[in-house]
Design a protein around this ligand. Structure first.
Ligand SMILES: [Zn+2]
Length: 148
């Protein structure tokens, strides 16, 4: 009997409890894809009633359905794993972007401070040049005046 079941639809067949059964799909290697009636009560409360809906499938068809089901389950697990990895990568990239934005802000602040320092240095250099030129003019004037 199947261990791997899925509910597919409601039926009108009643079980030993007197309630309408549900139709399930078997995914065992020998009966993969075959439908059966089973009590619709939750596990622990259901009776033992079950009955096949379909005729047995050809063994190759049942095996093919079973293998496709296994492959589908594997692909679903793989997809979930990849989705989790994508979520982790998105978190990592978001934190990297945040960190790089902070570094960029710090660099911009440092550059703007360097520009201010450079401007103040330029002002002092210009002042020294003006003072030196004035001193030269004064010295030339004194020399010319003394020579006179
Ligand atoms: Zn029942």
């Amino acid at each position: 009997m199947s261990q791997d079941l899925s509910v597919s639809s409601l039926s009108m067949v009643k079980c030993q409890c007197g309630i309408v059964t549900r139709i399930f799909t078997a995914f065992t290697p020998t009966n993969a894809g075959r439908h059966f009636y089973k009590c619709s009560k939750p596990n622990g409360y259901k009776c033992d009633y079950w009955k096949w809906v379909d005729e047995p499938l050809h063994p190759r068809v049942a095996n093919l359905i079973h293998n496709l089901k296994k492959e589908n389950d594997y692909l679903h697990r793989e997809k979930k794993g990849l989705e989790m990895r994508i979520a982790d990568l998105e978190k990592y990239l978001a934190s990297e972007i945040e960190e790089n934005c902070q570094r960029l802000d710090e660099i911009i602040i440092l550059k703007s401070e360097e520009v201010v320092v450079d401007k103040s240095k330029n002002f002092f250099y210009k002042m020294w040049i003006v003072i030196a030129m004035l001193w030269c003019c004064f010295a030339a004037f004194i020399t010319f005046w003394v020579m006179k």
